[in-house]
Design a protein around this ligand. Structure first.
Ligand code: FUL
Length: 684
């Protein structure tokens, strides 16, 4: 009898399990991505190339009047770009076929303002063709940037320009893209109003929501490439993340609705509009020789990866191709270091093959093992009513960890809004990991960095979700400590300090040579008031490994400079060497900042640093500069609003003098005050 009962219950259990086996997948939670959006997000990283007339005229935003003849790369090699970009792991490349200056990198039949009127290959060159061919040869995806704002075109603002714009969209699609996979079309939103416009030199305003007829452009693109992502315009399929520094919010929802902060999106977003983080490997988007020493540091680039791809966004990394038409060797060397560092960070997945214990499963088809089976399409899911759950991994031996990577199965929508991570210490206590990260959203991918723990297990607690959980992947790593180059600072008084991670040995030079293992050891801040370059390295005293070289250029110390107008308190912070202290000039009271140097000097230029903080305002966009009453320079700091970094003005000829008058003609955000974080001068 007993046996019969057992059999009966056994059969019942089987029936129950097999019934659970046929359990449906969880219902989607809308909005959900299209398959094309999922495929695009899986690319994770892809590259940008900014190249054009700006490159040859040392500009960020050409006015539209620089002659086509100035475009003259000596050794252009699109295959070199593709080889570097592919070796660094990027999956595609987007080219600025036309930037705001209106110059075309292909010989368009609709304009004379293009490569065909440049000396490059005697006017027979075609940059778009070269890159398409290189992408096809190496199997890289291709993307196009076509600036809607065109500062050259005489008809900009009227209907004829819109025809021209659409002709160009179609020309590029029909004449160039047949042999490659077009993965993204970029419509930049920038429009500063003023331009050359065929000689009119005036300001023209348009309503970007109606003027360009984006719907028609998108139709042309999608009729040929239905899976291409659209950036910008009125029918985007992805969103700008809201900064040009390469970071998404720690909380980052792909769902988005009008009015949401683009850093974060929102759980009640009505459209699936994932964030793309665009950032340049240097301060500018275009190449400037003066930025050769400002290629982003390895540690910064690695951090950017964590703050973009590691926060449910994609990373669009820009390479400003140099004057010879190649990616600069400093940039290519740095990006390969970056690739290597990332490979080391994610070398061994410590959870691979471990079957975790889950507090709930929806059925065998959605078992916990699906989080570590290496298959993207298979996922662990909880029952319909279960929106909080935990999964626990156990190790056979004490294991060191400092990274956790999580992925939601996004085809069913983004769900998790709060989670936590615990580890099992050697005394069998579960403890939370130490991390500055907010553990809120996951989405396509989330990577949490935390202080290394030696652990017997790790547990993820899903604390809040918009519905049953759908997790397709969890990985854990023990990432090596990065050998980070030191930071170099100098106060207005000329006192240099060099900072690095604790325990590291710092060696430095002040004569422009590369520091080595035998250069002087840095122990404490030192006085060094000369113009020149400080370079420094960090050495790991145990392993003997050396960090990349940090370099800072300095001119004369600025502490003795004095503001004479306006007579206001705190103006000395402009000259303290600390860019985080900012002084604001009230434009309602006057538009001039007048200051005296310590003594008359032969000046070749000036640098201006705006408020670089995340929410800073009042970056100067247009200026005039006078030295002892004589005009030294006038111009604009292009793109300073989106990218508020130090700006350099080089005078057309050296001017001797002591009194500098800096006139603010405009601020980029039209703020009624202009921000001055730092001003320095360049001397001969
Ligand atoms: C911005 C543009 O104004 C910059 O020049 C650059 O092209 C960047 C990618 O987008 O909005």
């Amino acid at each position: 009898m007993k046996i019969v009962t057992k059999l009966f219950f056994g059969l019942m259990a089987c029936a129950f399990v097999s019934c659970r086996d046929t359990v449906r997948a969880p219902e989607p939670i809308y909005p959900v991505p299209t398959p094309a959006q999922v495929a695009w997000q899986k690319m994770e990283t892809y590259a940008f190339v900014h190249f054009g007339l700006n490159t040859f005229n040392d500009l960020e935003w050409g006015y539209g009047d620089t002659p086509a003849e100035t475009f003259d790369p000596t050794d252009l090699d699109a295959e070199q770009w593709v080889r570097i970009i592919q070796a660094a792991g990027f999956k595609g490349i987007i080219l600025t076929a036309k930037h705001h200056d209106g110059f075309n990198l292909w010989p368009s039949k609709y304009t004379e303002y293009s490569v065909k009127n440049s000396p490059w290959r005697e006017g027979k060159g075609d940059m778009v063709r070269d890159l398409v061919d290189a992408c096809r040869k190496y199997g890289l995806k291709f993307g196009l940037y076509l600036s809607p704002w065109d500062r050259n075109h005489a008809e900009y603002g009227g209907p004829e320009y819109v025809e021209y714009f659409h002709n160009q969209v179609r020309e590029l699609l029909n004449e160039y893209c047949d042999s490659v996979e077009l993965f993204e079309y970029w419509f930049d939103g920038a429009n500063g109003g003023d331009g050359y416009y065929g000689g009119a030199r005036e300001k023209r305003s348009i309503d970007p929501t109606t003027y360009y007829r984006y719907e028609q452009a998108v139709e042309s693109i999608h009729s040929k490439f239905p899976d291409a992502m659209i950036f910008g315009g009125t029918e985007p399929t992805i969103r700008w993340v809201g900064n040009e520094e390469g970071w998404a919010g720690e909380t980052d929802w792909a769902p988005y609705k009008v009015g949401d902060n683009p850093h974060y999106g929102s759980p009640d977003g009505t459209q699936w509009l994932p964030a793309e983080c665009d950032v340049s490997i240097r301060p500018g988007w275009f190449y400037h020789p003066r930025e050769d020493h400002q290629v982003r540091t390895l540690s910064h680039l690695v951090d950017i990866y964590y703050r973009s791809v590691g926060r449910n966004a994609t990373l669009l990394m820009n390479f400003p191709v140099a004057l010879d038409g190649r990616i600069h060797s400093l940039d290519s060397a740095r990006i390969m270091e970056w690739r290597q560092a990332l490979d080391e960070q994610f070398r061994t997945d410590l959870l691979e093959g471990i079957v975790p214990a889950a507090s709930d499963i929806r059925g065998r088809k959605f078992g916990a093992e699906r989080m570590t089976d290496g298959r993207w399409e298979s996922y662990w899911a909880t029952s319909d009513s279960v929106t909080t759950a935990s999964v626990t991994f156990r190790f056979d031996t004490l294991t060191n960890l400092n990274r956790l990577l999580l992925q939601e199965y996004i085809p069913l929508g983004q769900r998790v809004s709060r989670f936590g991570i615990e580890y099992l210490d050697s005394l069998d206590n579960w403890r939370p990991v130490e991390t500055p990260d907010t553990m809120s959203t996951i989405g396509y991918k989330r990577i949490i960095r935390f202080a290394s723990v030696a652990t017997k297990g790790v547990r993820v607690n899903f604390l809040q979700s918009r519905g049953p959980l759908c997790i397709n992947n969890i990985e854990a790593y023990h990432a090596p400590v990065l050998m980070v180059e030191p930071t170099i600072r100098r106060t207005g008084q000329g006192v240099v300090s060099i900072g690095a991670v604790p325990g590291a040995e710092i060696r430095y030079t002040t004569d422009g040579t590369t520091p080595t293992l035998v250069s002087p050891v840095y122990r404490e801040p030192f006085e060094w008031a000369a113009p020149g370059e400080v370079r420094a390295i960090v050495i790991d005293p145990v392993l003997g490994t050396i960090s990349p070289v940090a370099t800072r250029k300095f001119d004369i110390p600025t502490a003795a400079f004095r503001v004479v107008k306006p007579a206001k308190p705190r103006t000395e912070v402009i000259f303290d060497g600390n860019p985080t202290t900012v002084w604001y000039l009230s434009l309602e009271e006057g538009r001039e900042l007048i200051f005296d140097l310590d003594r008359p000097r032969m000046l070749t230029g000036l640098t201006y640093t705006p408020d670089m903080s995340r929410w800073g305002s009042g970056p100067v966009s247009k200026y005039r500069i006078y030295v002892d009453g004589r005009k030294a320079a006038a111009g604009e700091f292009s793109n300073i609003k989106a990218n508020p970094v130090e700006q350099t003005v080089v005078f057309s000829e050296p001017i001797s003098g002591r009194r500098i008058r800096f006139v603010v003609e405009a601020t980029a955000d039209e703020a009624p005050q202009a921000a001055f974080a730092e001003v320095t001068v360049l001397t001969e």
